[in-house]
Design a binder for this molecule. Structure first.
Ligand code: TYM
Length: 330
């Protein structure tokens, strides 16, 4: 079992990233060989100032470590330090079909009506993501629900490459999408996912928010006037209520039905303070550790450099075989 996953170093780590992906990463590192990276080459598909990029990479690395990603157990690095990702992505650009990329909903969402004005990198983004996992022969990729389509594309690319070149080089990776928080929604709109790019900071809980801010965001979260029901099915058609209950379940480690068993018949006047307390208590140790770590650039850089060396060594054999399979001299 080899686990590989990445996160874009753009803005803060928020509760969606944390519950949808990072909690799984932390769990997996007890059970399997793990590689986790900052997808800085993905982040530059949209313009970021160089200073902002440098800050974001270090801060996201600190946030992951504060969340429990242990650089002694997992290989933690930033993608740009391991050129094999970009190299394999080029080879895979020649396998991936334009028609496949045209179906990617994330590109459509990000480009909106301005498709022609987007970078080629944003369009080819899912091919780089395929390279990220295929280069390490990943078997499992823990991600939130929104990355499912990209992982399916990675499998399609791997399969076509293997068929075209008559090889068994690439392992087909499986997406690991788990738990009640695989898709955490915005606190302001139950139909939009919680996201770093939402202009309203009230829509998300950042792992850097202080206790008062977290409590305020939950107090102001959009809800409905009905009391909570006894079963999950009865939350259908109530996306905001479902989201808050899902967050509670993920933070407490209980099932959604168990949470409802406790709160059935009560309104949000009772539920929200309980959720706020749970969120504050769960995130407090992470925020404390993050604030200790984030200014220590030397320590963070050393961790990422060491991680990149290990990752590069693991990537090299697959890259070599990919060139050979295609008949390229290198
Ligand atoms: P990114 O940086 O948007 O998000 C990192 C991880 O957090 C998950 N996530 C969520 N989960 C639940 N609810 C939400 N509201 C929510 N928002 C984000 C994402 O699903 C993801 O697991 N393209 C990827 C980064 C990437 C990658 C990879 C992932 C690059 N290469 C290879 C896996 C394997 C991205 O932009 O994730």
């Amino acid at each position: 079992m080899r686990v590989v996953s990445g996160i874009q170093p753009t803005g803060n780590l928020h509760l969606g990233n944390y519950l949808g992906a990072i909690v799984q990463w932390v769990k997996m590192q007890q059970e399997a060989e793990c590689l986790f990276f900052l997808a800085d080459l993905h982040a530059v598909t949209i313009f970021n100032s160089p200073d902002q990029m440098r800050t974001n990479v270090r801060e996201m690395a600190a946030a992951l470590i504060a969340s429990g990603v242990d650089p002694d157990k997992s290989v933690l690095f930033n993608q740009a330090r391991v050129p094999a990702h970009a190299e394999l992505a080029w080879l895979l650009n020649c396998t991936a079909r334009i028609g496949w990329l045209n179906r990617m909903t994330q590109f459509k969402d990000k480009a909106g009506k301005n498709r022609e004005g987007m970078s080629i990198g944003l369009y080819a983004y899912p091919v780089l993501q395929a390279a990220d996992v295929l280069i390490y022969q990943a078997t499992h990729v823990p991600v939130g629900e929104d990355q499912k389509q990209h992982l399916e594309l990675a499998r399609d690319i791997a399969e076509k490459f293997n068929t075209d070149f008559g090889t068994d080089l690439f392992t087909l990776p499986a997406a690991m999408i788990a738990g009640p928080a695989a898709r955490v929604m915005s606190l302001r709109d139950g139909s939009a996912k919680m996201s770093k790019s939402d202009p309203s900071d009230m829509s998300r809980i950042n792992l850097t928010d202080d206790a008062d801010t977290i409590a305020q965001k939950i107090r102001k979260a959009k809800t409905d006037p009905e009391p909570l029901p006894a079963t999950m099915e009865e939350l259908d058609g109530r996306p905001e209520a479902r989201n808050l209950v899902g967050i509670y379940a993920a933070l407490s480690g209980e099932s959604v039905n168990h949470v409802l068993g406790h709160f059935a018949g009560q309104g949000f006047g009772a539920f929200k303070p309980a959720l706020a307390e749970l969120a504050v208590e769960s995130l407090r140790p992470i925020t404390t550790r993050y604030n200790e770590l984030r200014e220590d650039h030397a320590a963070i850089d050393a961790i990422l450099v060491k991680g990149a060396e290990k990752a590069a060594a693991k990537a090299a054999p697959t890259l070599k075989r990919a060139y050979e399979a295609m008949g390229l001299f290198r």
